[in-house]
Ligand binder design. Structure first.
Ligand SMILES: Cc1cc2nc3c(=O)[nH]c(=O)nc-3n(C[C@H](O)[C@H](O)[C@H](O)COP(=O)(O)OP(=O)(O)OC[C@H]3O[C@@H](n4cnc5c(N)ncnc54)[C@H](O)[C@@H]3O)c2cc1C
Length: 62
């Protein structure tokens, strides 16, 4: 079966979505968002996104 929306597609204008994600985090200290919608859809990108979120927690709690 083909599921056309299985992987997020970064359409034209996705920069606005990414800006909104940044703003949501800025407005809600302690909320950290990570995943394939953030900075690339590959497994590696998703892992890096999670690592970056973990790094922000470590820096916040240092
Ligand atoms: C068919 C397919 C093939 C792919 N092939 C490749 C490939 O060959 N190489 C590559 O690099 N990338 C590939 N990708 C892309 C890559 O696998 C994904 O983009 C990546 O795994 C996404 O990681 P993620 O952690 O953001 O999301 P996910 O791996 O989707 O993890 C999200 C997790 O959150 C859980 N979850 C969702 N909602 C809730 C909730 N409300 N409460 C609690 N838990 C929840 C889900 O159960 C899931 O475990 C493929 C993707 C698909 C769909």
């Amino acid at each position: 079966m083909h599921w056309p929306r299985a992987i997020p597609q970064y359409h034209v204008g996705y920069g606005r979505v990414k800006g909104a994600i940044d703003q949501i985090e800025a407005d809600a200290p302690g909320l950290l968002l990570a995943g394939n919608y953030r900075a690339g859809v590959s497994v590696g990108d998703a892992a890096e996104s999670g690592h970056a979120a973990a790094q922000r927690i470590i820096e916040r709690d240092a």
